[in-house]
Ligand binder design. Structure first.
Ligand SMILES: Cc1cc2nc3c(=O)[nH]c(=O)nc-3n(C[C@H](O)[C@H](O)[C@H](O)COP(=O)(O)OP(=O)(O)OC[C@H]3O[C@@H](n4cnc5c(N)ncnc54)[C@H](O)[C@@H]3O)c2cc1C
Length: 347
């Protein structure tokens, strides 16, 4: 276990923003993770669990507690049952299941940065697939009960960019994630997303070769600055900064009366709700690609990604985020909610 004091956190995040941690612990085994969490909890010390730092906005004052970097390793595939350690890199796991083992189930989640342990936290999703569809169990350290628990999928409360782990942020530290993949003779799961189907020249619901699906997603993502590239400031982001708003029937009715809202994207969501597109709202509220003139601007490839052009502070980024949130509220009466986790700051 490596322990550093007053350690910079910005280089451990994809936004490359924020101040230092009072203490940074890097844990390489589950036992080290648990020991570090127990020590912090016993001392009443605030704890920040850190994976790949790709969904974090850390305030300029940093974190006055222990940041625990999970660097555990392990990839065990038995038929279509896969168990992976929390510290493994998600995009590499997807690459291995597709290119080495020709299995389907997570191929459309190619190129999403960060660690495996964080994937259940916000139920990562993209291109018509969510990790909840493939997860069978999550093995976690429960800080409240002080024991390792195995939570079956049904007990993880997965929903759109949400889960039990996100709802109770100070309770669970994910140690391993178990998946059930699909052996479809080298084919993908059905193509659900219209843009992917168009790109592949197939109908929605068709299957394609699993490596073709994987490559297509990487290509589409790269075109939007959604695959990490240290040389490209459009990828110095936390991915989508806002979640797609899910509106109740009454909220949707009121939204539709706003000028210009008639042609807003609308998708059915659970409990009679309607999901619309945050990217569409941002664009139509006057914040196009590349918006902003300071050190933090919208990505030039995607209106949903707020980016650090190299010298931004967390406050620069948050000022831009607030301007956009307020502009969308004024234009459409819809409240945008941030997707990344805020550390020591609020929107
Ligand atoms: C360019 C780019 C593209 C992206 N595209 C997508 C996308 O398509 N879809 C999508 O859903 N997300 C996307 N994201 C967001 C991000 O990649 C995911 O949310 C990812 O799962 C975060 O993983 P991480 O390891 O970097 O988590 P971190 O940023 O390190 O942490 C995020 C949160 O999870 C918690 N956490 C991390 N590890 C654990 C653990 N082991 N146990 C308990 N809690 C933990 C942290 O405490 C924090 O609250 C994108 C981000 C970027 C930068």
């Amino acid at each position: 276990m490596l322990v550093e004091n007053d350690a910079p956190l910005a280089p451990l995040t994809t936004l490359r923003l924020g101040g230092p941690a009072r203490r940074l612990v890097t844990a390489h085994t589950d036992d080290e993770v648990i020991a570090a969490v127990r020590e912090a909890d016993a001392a009443g010390e605030p704890l920040l669990v850190l994976g790949g730092g790709s969904n974090l906005v850390i305030g300029d004052a940093g974190f006055s507690g222990t940041a625990l970097r999970i660097a555990t390793e392990g990839f065990a595939l038995d038929g279509t049952a896969l168990e992976v350690a929390a510290g493994e890199t998600w995009s590499e796991v997807v690459r291995r299941t597709v290119l080495d083992h020709h299995l389907a189930g997570i191929e459309f989640l190619a190129g999403i940065p960060g660690s495996v342990g964080a994937t259940p936290v916000q139920n990562v999703g993209a291109y018509g697939q969510e990790v909840a569809q493939a997860i069978t169990e999550v093995v976690a350290y429960d800080r409240t009960a002080d024991e390792v628990v195995v939570l079956p999928n049904a007990e993880c409360a997965f929903s759109y960019r949400h889960s039990r782990f996100k709802a109770e942020p100070d309770r669970y530290v994910v140690l391993r994630v178990r998946f059930r993949l699909e052996d479809a003779d080298g084919l993908s799961t059905p193509v659900r997303y219209a843009e992917t189907a168009r790109h592949l020249g197939v109908e929605q619901g068709d299957r394609v070769a699993v490596d073709t699906a994987w490559k297509a997603v990487l290509l589409l993502r790269a075109g939007k600055g959604m695959v990490l590239d240290p040389a490209d400031h459009d990828t110095w982001s936390a991915g989508s900064f806002f979640t797609n708003p899910v509106l109740t029937a009454a909220q949707y009715e009121s939204f539709r009366t706003r000028p210009g809202a008639e042609d807003a994207p609308a998708y059915p969501a659970p409990e009679g709700c309607t999901k619309t597109s945050a990217a569409w709202l941002i664009d139509r509220a006057g914040f196009g690609k590349g918006y902003g003139s300071g050190p933090a601007t919208l990505s030039t490839k995607h209106t949903l990604a707020l980016t650090n052009r190299g010298s931004a502070t967390a406050e620069d980024l948050l000022a831009l985020a607030r301007e956009i949130r307020d502009g969308v509220r004024e234009a459409f009466g819809v409240e945008l909610v941030n997707e990344p986790v805020m550390v020591g700051v609020t929107l």
